[in-house]
Design a protein around this ligand. Structure first.
Ligand SMILES: Cc1cc2nc3c(=O)[nH]c(=O)nc-3n(C[C@H](O)[C@H](O)[C@H](O)COP(=O)(O)OP(=O)(O)OC[C@H]3O[C@@H](n4cnc5c(N)ncnc54)[C@H](O)[C@@H]3O)c2cc1C
Length: 435
């Protein structure tokens, strides 16, 4: 029986001889028998984001026979490269060209609109393939866990990004931008992306691939000020210098940074390793130095503003008098304790109410589980760190994969020092083992 809801298309020029795994297999063990008899490694990758595509690319490149099936719950591939990266950063999306080359291989097939866990289970995939790589990203955002979070006007920044990037499940978001002030909780690149998209003059966004619907709403936006709030200080921000520089130079806006937040940093700056030092210097200059004549004139004419608000931890979303929507956010003022990695924000006991009509939470994604019991848990931690990552760095919190393989297929049971440190190398080992 054909699985329900499945639609697929081949990226490859050659039709595949192997059917997709089905929920109701004709005979128990059928797929395993079918796939192992060829002695060609049949690899399944769940999720078609950068982690999935880099894994597929690596396997295809290093194993001349391996076949890779990529299963993706969306109709279209590329995960957050398509639905996360901001529309005004088209150069970041160039990686799609490489992924498309991979998908065009006659040893690779893309199966869209297949949600693993719903349409097919992980155990079924394990039965059907020699190895299964789970690289399904991180879907949910973390809840704030504060009163008032459920009020209209409190949104996840991730949903907001999905909305302007055309992610089907976020198209009904309908953010209300009729307020004067928006607050973004979190100080990472996603927070800056959202602030930038909200404040960029719509005529600039017209040239990007932002959705028409989002552009229409942004054209009507009344938001004049965006606060980007963090629990800790300038040394702990998670955004990068490129994104900060873009904000500082954003047409029609001026930055608001409180020099008091940078007290004492001037003396410590030399000890800070690059590139954080450069990032901190840029914030420090923006906060404390008088702008040049041209920049001062630009800022004077600016109709919009954005600001970094440090040492503030959200306590409560404040309702409007009729209780129908957001009117502000109560923030606990914090100070830092401990140093280095252990630095944490502790409340001073003082509070501040910040009026706003929109709160966007950008406090990081949450990993979900797909029922991958039996994954090689001993190495989960390594996979979290070692996954091939499209930015070229070590995998971020979203860049996560686990791999399944029958232990008997390993050529030997090597000790930890010899074991492959990422799913792709592991799969190559399977290939070397004659699977
Ligand atoms: C808003 C945002 C903007 C970003 N911008 C940048 C940037 O500009 N530059 C940069 O370097 N990094 C950026 N990142 C980080 C980067 O996108 C991630 O690190 C990267 O996409 C992680 O890759 P991934 O393959 O692990 O996950 P994803 O890209 O999330 O891919 C996972 C895929 O798995 C699919 N999937 C999930 N569940 C299932 C299931 N059950 N069955 C089948 N398929 C499933 C998803 O639909 C998705 O396609 C951004 C992240 C976010 C959230």
């Amino acid at each position: 029986m054909a699985p329900r809801f499945w639609r697929w298309w081949y990226w490859s020029a050659w039709p595949r001889i192997r059917p997709p795994p089905a929920r109701n297999t004709p005979t128990p063990g059928f797929f395993q028998q079918f796939s192992t008899q060829e002695k060609i490694p049949q690899i399944c990758v769940v999720g078609s984001g950068p982690a999935g595509f880099y894994t597929a690319q690596h396997v295809l490149k290093h194993h001349p026979q391996a076949h890779v099936d990529i299963f993706e719950k969306q109709l279209v591939p590329f995960g957050l490269v398509r639905f996360g990266v901001a529309p005004d950063h088209p150069e970041v999306k160039n990686v799609i060209n490489t992924f498309t080359q991979t998908a065009r291989s006659d040893r690779c097939a893309f199966w869209g609109n297949v949600m693993v866990g719903r349409d097919v289970t992980v155990p079924e995939l394990r039965e059907a393939y020699h190895a299964v790589v789970l690289s399904y990203g991180a879907e949910d955002h973390r809840v704030l866990g504060i009163p008032g979070e459920e009020l209209p006007g409190v949104l996840s920044a991730r949903d907001f990004v999905g909305w302007y990037n055309g992610l089907p499940e976020n198209q009904k978001l309908a953010p209300d931008l009729s307020c004067d002030t928006a607050v973004i909780l979190g100080q990472g690149n996603v927070a800056l992306d959202v602030a930038r998209i909200m404040l960029t003059p719509p005529e600039h966004l017209e040239k990007t691939d932002i959705t028409e619907a989002a552009l229409g709403v942004l054209r009507q936006s009344q938001v004049k000020t965006v606060w980007i709030v963090g629990r800790r200080g300038p040394l702990q921000v998670a955004f990068t210098i490129k994104e900060l520089r873009e904000m500082i130079q954003l047409p029609g806006t001026r930055p608001i940074l409180d020099p008091a937040d940078f007290l004492g940093l001037q003396d410590r700056i030399k000890e800070i390793p690059r590139p954080r030092r450069r990032l901190t210097e840029l914030m420090l200059r923006t906060a404390t130095e008088k702008p040049g004549v041209e920049e001062a004139a630009r800022q004077k004419l600016a109709s919009h503003a954005w600001g970094l608000r440090f040492f503030r931890s959200p306590q409560q979303v404040l309702p409007s008098p009729d209780g129908q929507r957001v009117a502000g956010i109560r923030l606990a003022i914090t100070r830092l304790e401990d140093v280095g990695e252990a630095t944490r924000a502790v409340p001073t006991g003082d509070m501040e109410d910040l009026p706003c009509g929109l709160v966007l939470s950008s406090v990081g994604p949450l990993l979900q589980r797909l029922g991958e019991e039996g994954a090689h848990r001993r190495h989960r931690h390594d996979y979290d760190r070692q996954l091939p990552h499209w930015s070229g760095d070590a995998a971020g919190p979203e860049g996560r994969a686990a791999a399944f393989w029958p232990p008997a297929w390993l050529p030997s049971h090597p000790g930890p020092a010899q074991e492959p440190r990422d799913p792709a190398s592991l799969l190559l080992r399977l290939g070397e083992a004659g699977c």
